[in-house]
Write a protein that binds this ligand. Structure first.
Ligand code: HEM
Length: 344
């Protein structure tokens, strides 16, 4: 298992390439209300992704360790507004069911009596008896408890007055936004800074869609950006730690550039929780360095086209405007060299 704690990229485990959710369906990328039913496997030139709502890979322990460190250092990454306590239980329980269904060998949720449950996570050596809704039977607040066992970040949205509000969550791997700042804000307010989407109706359509979302019909979408180094926490809170890399990356040589610049993809699941009626938003972050991406030739070619063509306002908003041209060129230059012609 590789470790991401020091953000190094020395080695990318094979499963991270095979399970990478390459996000580009064509050579051009624009924002859209790109939602589709979840739990439909997608076959890629390198493998497959998308079988389950929760996904465990070889970074499991490393990412959970990282989340614990971040939460200990900054309590604002975790919030559950008082009216969201039932939704937090609902989210925890729904995720335990999903883990049990997806990883039955290692994860089990068993009923032991009315409202009494036994949760086992054999990867982490956890065996926990609890009573649903009784906080004294868990070692931690339920949302925080379950986010210490899944790689996904979680936001919970309350629906009231025909609007959705981000009123709870544990988010430690935010890509250039701040959960602590956004908590309590409406879905429409949160998307205010995104260019184009208001005018094009992307966010209002998404809002209408989410308000009609039904339990037991999970949906998913992807989003993407570029990140320097395998750094999961690129939140606004710690911008001084990672922001300057966007400048300094322009000065490194090509080998270092390919090793350090990562295509970062979020697989986001949207799930109406059955008991509380809240909407659960799961954000699972995947990263692959350009040098690994380039080993899958259809990915290399397509990512180069998308990065070169991306309009300035979108590249600017994503924070990649200063190095996306170089990233596109790097990928083009990484084309496999054709075999030398053999003589007669
Ligand atoms: C950013 C669309 C659901 C929170 C964005 C962006 C798009 C988008 C296009 C810009 C991304 C980029 O350029 O990298 C959508 C759609 C959704 C959806 C179509 C549902 C179908 C949600 C939900 C949340 C959320 C449920 C709840 C937390 C955010 C945040 C940002 C963002 C915090 C960053 C905003 C900023 O710059 O401050 N979204 N989103 N999104 N989205 Fe969503």
């Amino acid at each position: 298992m590789t470790s991401t704690l020091d953000n190094t990229t020395a080695e990318t485990a094979a499963d991270l390439v095979a399970g990478f959710p390459f996000p580009f369906l064509e050579d051009r990328y624009r924002y859209s209300t790109n939602v589709e039913p979840a739990e439909q496997p997608v076959t890629t030139p390198a493998g497959q992704w998308g079988t389950a709502v929760v996904d465990i890979d070889s970074e499991y322990r490393a990412e959970l360790d990282q989340r614990a460190v971040t939460l200990a250092a900054d309590p604002t990454r975790h919030a559950v507004l008082p009216h969201m306590v039932p939704a937090a239980w609902d989210a925890m329980f729904t995720l335990m069911r999903e883990l049990d269904a997806a990883y039955p060998e290692q994860m089990q949720l068993r009923s032991t009596g009315p409202d009494e449950w036994l949760w086992r996570n054999d990867i982490l050596g956890i065996e926990q008896h609890f009573r649903y809704g009784d906080a004294t039977t868990l070692p931690d607040e339920p949302l925080r408890y379950i986010t210490s066992q899944v790689q996904e970040d979680i936001a919970l949205l309350d629906q009231r007055n025909d609007q959705l509000f981000v009123d709870a969550g544990v988010v430690t791997f935010a890509a250039d936004w701040s959960f602590g700042f956004d908590v309590g804000m409406s879905f429409l307010e949160i998307h205010g800074p995104v260019p184009r989407v208001r005018k094009e109706g992307v966010i209002t359509r998404a809002h209408e869609f989410l308000k009609r979302l039904q339990p037991h019909q999970p949906y998913r979408r992807t989003n993407w950006t570029l990140t320097i180094d395998r750094r999961l926490d690129v939140s606004t809170e710690i911008y001084p730690e990672w922001g300057p890399d966007r400048e300094s990356i322009q000065l490194v040589d090509d080998a270092e550039f390919g090793r350090r610049v990562h295509l970062r993809v979020e697989v986001q699941h949207l799930i109406r929780l059955p008991d509380s009626g809240a909407v659960m938003f799961l954000i699972r972050t995947y990263m692959l360095p350009l040098e690994q991406l380039a080993t899958v030739d259809p990915w290399r070619r397509r990512a180069a086209e998308v990065l070169a063509e991306l309009p300035e306002d979108m590249a600017d908003y994503k924070g990649i405007i200063k190095y996306r041209d170089r990233a596109a060129q790097w990928l083009r230059d990484a084309a496999p060299t054709p075999p030398a012609p053999t003589g007669p």
